[in-house]
Ligand binder design. Structure first.
Ligand SMILES: C[S@@+](CC[C@H](N)C(=O)[O-])C[C@H]1O[C@@H](n2cnc3c(N)ncnc32)[C@H](O)[C@@H]1O
Length: 278
C-alpha cells in the first residue's frame, strides 16, 4: 500500500481542523436515534462475540452513545467509552446514567492511555470513521495488552452503507489528501495489511442486519438526511444547488430501491473482525 496514504498526519493544524469538521458532522442530526432505532443489535452482537467477563478492562473506541459500551458494562467489565464527539458521549451518559461507564473524549488516532491498558478493545461501526487507518490501527493495538482481544464491527464496501458512502462521494467536496474511505475497514486484505503480524487468530465473520424501518420509497432518504451526520452534511453542502440536491435525492432513492428485498426490508452487510494481540 502507498505509504503516503497511510502515514500518520504530520500537519497538526490541518488535522485539528479535519477532526473538528468530523466532530461537527457527527454532532449534527440525531445519531443517537440511528443507534437506538436502526442498529441497536450491533453493539450487543459484538459484545457477545467477545465473551467479556466481569472485571476485564474494556475500551470502546468511537463509542458514540454507547451502542457497544452499554452491553459491555452489563457483563461487569470496567468500561471506557471513548469518542471524538463529546455531544454523543453526553447523550450516552444521560441515557445510561447508571451504566457505570467512564465516558472520555478521545481521538482514535491519538489515544490518551498507556500501552497495554486494556484486556479488550472494540468498536462498532466506529473506528472505521477515523480518517487515517494506519494511525487508528496502531493506536488500538498499542493500548491492547499482549494476549488481549480485539473486536471490530465494520460496514463492508459492498454492503448497503458502503454503497451509501460511495454514492454520496459524488456529491461532496473531495476529502484532504490521505483521508481514507471508512468502508475499507470492511475489506479483509486492507485490515490484514493494517495489522500485519501483530494480531493472531485474525478472523473475519460477515453478517448482516435486517432493517425494516423504511417502508416507503423516500423514507430511507428522509430519515438519513435528517438524522445521519454524513448524509445531512452532504445535503447542507448542496444548499445553493437545488438541482444537485434533487440528483442526490434520486441517487439515494435508487440505492434504497435496489436494496429493498420486499416489504420494505433491507439487509445491511457488516464484518466482525476478531483477533488476539501478540
Ligand atoms: C457511526 S457512529 C458509531 C457510534 C457507535 N459506535 C455506535 O455503534 O452507535 C461513528 C462514530 O465515530 C466517531 N468518530 C469519528 N471519527 C473519530 C475519531 N477520529 N476518533 C474517535 N471517534 C471518532 C463519531 O464521533 C461517531 O460517534
Amino acid at each position: 500500500m502507498n505509504s503516503q496514504i497511510t502515514a500518520p498526519p504530520t500537519d497538526v493544524d490541518g488535522d485539528a481542523a479535519l477532526k473538528q469538521r468530523h466532530r461537527t458532522m457527527w454532532a449534527s442530526g440525531h445519531y443517537d436515534r440511528v443507534a437506538r432505532e436502526i442498529i441497536p443489535e450491533l453493539g450487543q452482537r459484538l459484545v457477545a462475540s467477545l465473551a467479556i467477563t466481569s472485571g476485564e478492562r474494556v475500551l470502546d473506541i468511537a463509542a458514540g452513545t454507547g451502542n457497544a459500551a452499554v452491553p459491555a458494562a452489563r457483563t461487569g467489565a470496567t468500561v471506557v467509552a471513548s469518542d471524538l464527539t463529546p455531544e454523543l458521549l453526553e447523550t450516552g451518559r444521560a441515557e445510561h446514567p447508571d451504566a457505570g461507564i467512564d465516558w472520555q473524549v478521545a481521538d482514535a488516532e491519538a489515544l490518551p492511555w498507556p500501552d497495554g491498558s486494556y484486556d479488550v478493545v472494540l468498536s462498532t461501526v466506529g473506528v472505521m470513521f477515523a480518517p487515517h487507518h494506519q494511525a487508528a490501527a496502531d493506536e488500538l493495538l498499542r493500548v491492547l495488552r499482549p494476549g488481549g482481544r480485539l473486536g471490530l464491527l465494520s460496514w463492508t464496501p459492498e454492503g448497503f452503507i458502503g454503497r451509501l458512502f460511495a454514492t454520496m462521494r459524488d456529491f461532496v467536496p473531495a476529502p484532504p489528501a490521505g483521508v481514507q474511505p471508512p468502508p475499507l475497514w470492511g475489506d479483509e486484505a486492507h485490515v490484514r495489511e493494517l495489522f500485519g503480524d501483530r494480531v493472531e487468530d485474525l478472523a473475519f465473520d460477515r453478517a448482516h442486519v435486517d432493517v425494516d424501518a423504511f417502508p416507503g420509497r423516500e423514507d430511507f432518504r428522509a430519515y438519513f438526511r435528517d438524522n445521519y451526520g454524513p448524509t445531512l452534511m452532504a445535503y447542507r453542502a448542496l444548499a445553493d444547488r437545488p438541482d444537485r440536491r434533487a440528483e442526490l435525492d434520486a441517487a439515494l432513492d435508487a440505492l434504497a430501491a435496489d436494496a429493498d428485498e420486499g416489504s420494505g426490508r433491507m439487509r445491511w452487510e457488516y464484518v466482525v473482525v476478531s483477533g488476539r494481540r501478540r
